[in-house]
Design a protein around this ligand. Structure first.
Ligand SMILES: [Zn+2]
Length: 457
């Protein structure tokens, strides 16, 4: 048994001092007074928080970081759709080993940022010529292997993808994402589950799938009690196309189909009308905000205040990996609303104290993510939960000098990655004093793939 004695723990919005956390077999077995007798590991000036949960990731997109930050030649403006063309280039060219190397880089950075579980919205399925790998799950298994090598848990959200838009076949650059039919998508889910992979279903979007295919995936998820994730209303064009095809906006369509519930996660959910916000709230659905990506792509701002007031649960995702900084995502959810409304503390819960707003944001980054991925054993420090823990250095230059009631506001609004010193994933210390033991080899492998893909020294 391992017993950790930090300065304080924070879990489910509550700070406790003077408690120890005992771990056995990868789980937390005790939170409270240090058990008598056994050895205790003192974590001086450390705040222990639950491992952060990243509810939305496309690991391979780590390969395009820094390569889409200019306007394309000949274009008067740049937007999500031109960014997507660059993303497709990486998606088309990466071989299986390269997918694994790039994913390992993304997951290693996640571990260093305090993330212990990730929902991988996986849509790279097939070879670029539209054939099939000898093992049709090759790429999904490569992504799983990458997470395992780093030591974080992964939920493989197996994507269904069929078309470029209503009535349009997939473009040649989308061929790798496309299954023949819903049956092929569902049999992949079934095979992966039987191989011990933790799975969820991800109909890509209302744009990329015909309605019957979405229905089949949603039915399967309901029957098996699995998480169901979908990109929803990231860009205004998606809403226009959905109105043209179905006569309804995306969330209205999903509500009519009975798809919204507590297992459902709408990723982005930016361009919503009041009725759609109400529908997501009534269903107690999850909304995964990805603010560092959304600001990078010029997507817009998640209406988080109205969503939370309506009853939706917020989670965070690193999505395009432009930054892997979950605390940055948490603070930006609030900051974007401030810029939009010319107000401060927009998401502060009524009647809450000095740390209530930061508590709320950090709960989304922990419990909110766990709920979205169906990981009831994660996101909190409590007996029976997985021993996914992050030790934060209260003397880190970015957050030092705080008193107990502003520890969490300091961490959420100002904490840098340097403050994250140790990370345990199911009881195993994967980051020790800010270092992951596989950093050098992971960076070297990744750099090799980047040279092949983009050239240069
Ligand atoms: Zn995404």
């Amino acid at each position: 048994m391992l017993v950790l004695q930090p300065e304080a723990i924070w879990s489910e919005g509550r700070l406790q001092t003077g408690v120890a956390v005992a771990i056995e077999g990868g789980r937390i077995v005790h939170v409270g007074a240090p058990p008598a007798g056994g050895p205790v590991v003192e974590l001086r000036r450390r705040l222990l928080i639950p491992g952060l949960v990243n509810a939305h990731s496309h690991a391979f997109q780590r390969a395009i970081r820094g390569r889409t930050e200019s306007r394309q030649p000949g274009r008067e403006s740049d937007d999500f759709w031109s960014w997507r063309e660059q993303m497709y280039r990486a998606a088309l060219e990466l071989g299986p080993e390269e997918v694994e190397a790039v994913s390992r880089m993304a997951f290693l950075e996640m571990a260093l940022a305090g993330i212990t579980a990730v929902g991988e919205f996986h849509y790279l399925h097939h070879p670029a010529d539209g054939g099939r790998y000898a093992d049709p799950d090759e790429l999904a298994l490569r992504v799983c292997a990458a997470a395992e090598a780093v030591g974080i848990d992964l939920v493989l959200l197996r994507v269904g993808y069929a078309r470029a838009g209503a009535g349009q076949p997939p473009t040649p650059r989308q061929i790798r994402f496309v299954d023949r039919d819903a049956e092929e998508t569902l049999s992949a889910v079934e095979r992966l589950a039987s191989r011990g992979v933790r799975v969820g279903l991800a109909p890509h979007s209302v744009r990329a799938l015909p309605l019957p295919w979405i229905r089949e995936m949603a039915d399967y998820a309901r029957e098996k009690g699995l998480p169901l994730h979908m990109h929803v209303s990231e860009q205004p064009r998606e809403i226009e196309e959905c109105l043209a095809e179905h006569g309804l906006r995306p969330v209205e369509l999903l509500e009519r189909e009975g798809i919204l519930d507590a297992r459902f996660t709408a990723v982005h959910a930016i361009h919503l009308n009041e009725r759609e916000i109400e529908a997501l709230g009534r269903a107690e659905a999850n909304v995964c905000a990805c603010p560092t990506t959304e600001r990078n792509l010029g997507d817009g701002i998640v209406p988080a205040l109205e969503l939370q007031q309506a009853g939706a649960s917020i989670a965070f995702g690193t999505d395009s990996q432009v930054e892997i900084a979950p605390l940055q995502d948490a603070r930006c959810l609030e900051y974007h609303l401030r810029l939009d409304r010319l107000q401060r503390a927009v998401l502060h819960p009524a009647g809450g104290g000095a740390s209530a707003l930061a508590d709320r944001l950090l709960r989304s980054a922990t419990e909110g993510g766990a709920r979205s991925l169906g990981l009831s054993e994660k996101g909190r420090i409590a007996p029976g939960a997985d021993a996914d823990l992050v030790a934060v250095d209260l003397d880190d230059p970015s957050i030092c000098g705080a008193e107990a009631e502003t520890w969490v506001p300091n961490l959420v609004f100002s904490g840098e990655r340097t403050a994250i010193r140790d990370v345990w994933a199911r009881g195993r210390r994967i980051v020790e004093d800010g270092r992951h033991p596989k950093t050098e080899e992971t960076v070297a492998d990744f750099a090799r793939v980047m040279r092949r893909l983009w050239g240069g020294a």
